[in-house]
Design a protein around this ligand. Structure first.
Ligand SMILES: Nc1ncnc2c1ncn2[C@@H]1O[C@H](COP(=O)(O)OP(=O)(O)OP(=O)(O)O)[C@@H](O)[C@H]1O
Ligand SMILES: [Mg+2]
Length: 461
């Protein structure tokens, strides 16, 4: 198993063994596998070497003069905890080997040493060590450059978003955030508020889609006692609650037209009346709106007021979907592993390269939220040491991306090229014939005919 970001530099292994014959043959074996080796005949000598040089892995005998394997292990784990230690146990030292495991040894191997077993162990230990170091480096990187509190992204597109946020947060201008479901709109709205001078004042959210036409106005503007049946007391609306702070209008496209016009007035004049009231209330708020639809398109269709759109869209933030910034996925995955390690008190070390590759290939229709949920359930269900392919849900495990290129040998019969191209395009469109026809520049009737011709030969998979 190849590991994400594993460096290609030569790994250094320290072999500690008082039996010269065993130690030397072990060193020889490891050298043949491409590792650099150092050799010590007791714990004391080993520790000296360990202090002087960069050592990735220690393989140590347990019973030795001067300083034994257990004492060495403890000293190493104190000095550099990410160093992995494999202990060699001889007859009668199994008890000690088990004790070593409890003290953080990676594994133990019994004498006589089987070359195949030790090679495998070494490989796995180094792999784990790389992951531990990598996670630590990643964490510190996340903390400085790419971190906007709890927002991760190092893709060019996200870095641009972060720059924009820093730039506009201090001002009172309205912000419109557009992005598919789960791309982090609410997270960004929060970040803007908490990077603005209004940070110590309320951040109030309204989910416009969840409010029926009848109650949205009283939710937004409040109502006076007796304004409608059931209004037994007067009540403040969200606008009043957000006074001096920020009001976040989520799913703003769902505000009914009659309310849109009232909203426009608040935005223009900063004042409104409660439902059933005639006292004019003045508020000082900043508005951040979010939508997962192309709001301009809604304006064109006549579903959303153009004047309101321009009022909201003073600053426009477009959040790219995950499929347009796959390079963020490794960072997000590690960020979520860390997050759930803390939440569930787990100690997952990282993610394997093959699992990461698959996570990057996968088409995340639910974007970051879907990725986050996937990582959470994989960790909670499996408690893995390292998140790997088998821990991912079947749908992702078995996902095979459709290649974007279909290669042909020179001289391939045109008929064959047409057949293959048609099939691959259909796979890419998940069987959508209309889309496939459009991509291929033929009409739908033609594609149906061609499919029938091919189906004469085989069924489409
Ligand atoms: N860049 C990111 N870094 C870290 N976590 C993120 C990022 N983007 C989104 N998330 C996480 O993904 C989840 C969804 O984010 P959020 O609720 O902000 O998305 P949304 O665009 O408002 O979604 P919806 O349209 O469904 O309301 C949250 O748990 C959030 O913490
Ligand atoms: Mg949201």
């Amino acid at each position: 198993m190849e590991v994400f970001g594993a460096s290609v530099e030569t790994k250094v292994i320290l072999v500690v063994e008082d039996d010269l014959r065993v130690g030397e043959s072990l060193c020889l074996l490891l050298k043949r596998r491409g590792y650099k080796t150092l050799f010590a005949t007791n714990g004391k000598e080993a520790l000296q070497l360990f202090r002087q040089q960069e050592i990735n892995l220690v393989i140590t005998d347990l019973v030795m003069p001067k300083m034994d394997g257990i004492a060495l292990l403890e000293a190493i784990k104190n000095l550099k905890p990410e160093t992995e230690v494999i202990v060699i146990s001889a007859q009668g030292t199994i008890e000690k080997a088990v004790q070593a495991m409890k003290l953080g040894a990676f594994d133990f191997i019994e004498k006589p040493i089987n070359p195949r077993v030790i090679s495998l162990l070494v490989e796995r230990a180094l792999e784990r060590q790389t992951l531990v170091i990598q996670n630590r480096d990643l964490r510190s990187k996340l903390e400085d450059r790419f971190h906007f509190k709890n927002i991760v992204g190092k893709s060019e597109k996200m870095v641009k978003v972060f720059d924009l946020i820093r730039h506009i947060a201090p001002y009172d201008s309205s912000v419109l955030i557009i992005g598919e479901s789960g791309t982090g709109k609410e997270l960004i709205a929060n970040a803007i508020h908490y990077h603005s001078p209004r940070a110590s004042k309320p951040f109030v959210k309204v989910s416009c889609a969840s409010l029926s036409e009848g109650i949205i106005e009283s939710e937004l503007f409040g109502h006076e006692k007796g304004a409608f049946t059931g209004a037994i007391a007067s009540r403040k609306g969200r606008f009043e609650m957000a006074h001096e702070g920020t009001l976040f209008l989520d799913e703003v496209e769902d505000i009914p037209p009659s309310t849109q016009i009232k909203l426009l007035r608040v935005l223009q004049e900063g004042e409104f009346e409660r439902v059933g009231g005639n006292k004019t209330i003045k508020v000082d708020i900043r508005i951040i709106a979010a939508s997962n639809r192309d709001l301009q398109e809604e304006v064109r269709k006549g579903n959303f007021r153009e004047d309101l759109y321009y009022r909201l869209n003073v600053v426009n933030i477009k959040l790219p979907p995950l499929r347009e910034r796959k390079e963020d996925i490794p960072f997000l995955v590690n960020f979520f592993i860390e997050k759930f390690n803390q939440r569930y008190r787990m100690n997952v070390k990282g993610v394997s390269q093959r699992a990461l590759n698959r996570l990057m290939d996968y088409q995340w229709s639910g974007n970051v939220r879907e990725l986050e949920n996937t990582i959470e359930s994989a960790l909670v269900v499996n408690h893995p040491e390292v998140l790997d392919l088998p821990h991912l849900p079947q749908e992702i495990r078995e996902y095979s991306g459709v290649p974007e290129v279909v290669p042909f040998k020179i001289g391939t019969p045109l008929q064959e090229i047409e057949r293959k191209m048609l099939l691959q395009t259909l796979r890419a469109t998940k069987g959508n014939k209309r889309k496939a026809a459009k991509l291929l520049g033929i009409n739908v009737r033609t594609i149906h005919r061609k499919i029938r011709e091919i189906e004469g030969e085989r069924t489409i998979s």
